[in-house]
Design a protein around this ligand. Structure first.
Ligand code: GLU
Length: 197
């Protein structure tokens, strides 16, 4: 049995009011944290400014408070954590695990949008940064509902984006850096994020 104290989290994107699915994730993660005698933290995932709806953060936090769901830790906002994401990205670039990519979505269409090598016909002013996912990269984890989940990330996902060509952080980078930095031990999220997990 792990000696790490349980710490769960709820990490909504402020794209509007919390919908029933988000509320289910909030309540489910809160219940599991309480059941484990652990902590439950709220994090605001406003990493994608074009999708952030003004007023949604306050609205979401008020909805959680009204349900009695209050964060046991500081409520951080991803929009204020650039330095942390930048450090993680630089480490991956230095290691050679991440690389600049000039491919556009349309250039990758022939590969069904999956990047295995660059096919860019020209250079962009600001390239995206991708994570290199070598052949044979299989990721497995235990999901409380689905059991053992395994994915061939190279075949199914390919080299995925860490920083977008428009300069914004990809959810996949920000969420992993934050879950690590906040010592999150258990994640409850919508089933639509199973592949991303
Ligand atoms: N921010 C994501 C969303 O609202 C959820 C992230 C997560 O649970 O990891 O869809």
């Amino acid at each position: 049995m792990s000696m790490t104290p349980y710490r769960g989290r709820f990490a909504p994107s402020p794209t509007g009011p919390l919908h029933p699915g988000s509320l289910l994730a909030a309540l489910g993660s809160w219940l599991l944290a309480r059941h484990a005698g652990g902590q439950w933290w709220v994090r605001i995932e406003d990493v994608d400014p074009p999708r952030t709806v003004p007023g949604a953060i306050d609205q979401q936090l008020a909805a959680l408070t009204a349900l009695g769901l209050t964060s046991d830790g500081p409520i951080v906002r991803q929009s204020q954590r650039d330095a942390l994401y930048q450090r993680a990205l630089e480490r991956l670039l230095d290691e050679g695990t991440a690389f600049a990519c000039h491919c556009s979505r349309s250039e990758l269409a022939d590969q069904h949008g999956i990047h295995h090598h660059c096919v860019a016909r020209g250079l962009r002013a600001q390239p995206a940064i991708r994570l290199r996912v070598p052949p044979g990269t299989r990721i497995a984890f235990h999901d409380g509902l689905r059991g053992e989940v395994e994915q061939d990330v190279h075949a199914d996902v390919g080299d995925f984006v860490l920083r977008r060509a428009d300069g914004y952080w990809a959810y996949q980078l920000a969420v992993v850096v934050d879950d690590g930095a906040q010592s999150i031990t258990d994640v409850v999220r919508g089933a639509d994020l199973l592949d991303s997990t």
